[in-house]
Design a protein around this ligand. Structure first.
Ligand SMILES: [Zn+2]
Length: 123
């Protein structure tokens, strides 16, 4: 039997020991490894989910920003900014870029709308 190092305090215990002689922690190596693996998988899965949500938010945000140039800039620019703030919880950089882009597109939309309006109606 291989000697077991306590995962909690690092003390060396005789092979086959169930509990650490020094701190009393459980020495089931298999269990602790399974737990680590499960936690890792859990983190990986929730990261993956957050990642796909974040991509969806980005796509919707950029769509709103693009639409806001041509169509009701205040509404779609606002949606883009709101999605940007949600995105910031997962990805701060992308979220900030989206917020700025939405504001810029919204302002562009207002300017384009105003100039199209004045050209159409001769104002
Ligand atoms: Zn120990």
């Amino acid at each position: 039997m291989e000697p077991i190092y306590c995962p909690t305090c690092g003390a060396l215990n005789a092979g086959g020991s169930k509990f650490c002689v020094k701190c009393g922690a459980q020495l089931s190596v298999d269990n602790s490894q399974q737990k680590v693996t499960r936690e890792y998988e859990h983190n990986f899965k929730s990261d993956g989910k957050a990642q796909s949500n974040s991509i969806l938010l980005l796509i919707l945000g950029w769509l709103s920003a693009a639409v806001s140039i041509f169509f009701i800039p205040i509404v779609f620019g606002g949606i883009g900014v709101a999605l940007g703030f949600s995105e910031r919880r997962v990805n701060t950089t992308q979220g900030t870029i989206l917020i700025i882009a939405s504001i810029v597109c919204g302002i562009l939309g207002v300017i384009i709308g105003a100039s199209v309006g004045s050209a159409t109606y001769g104002m």
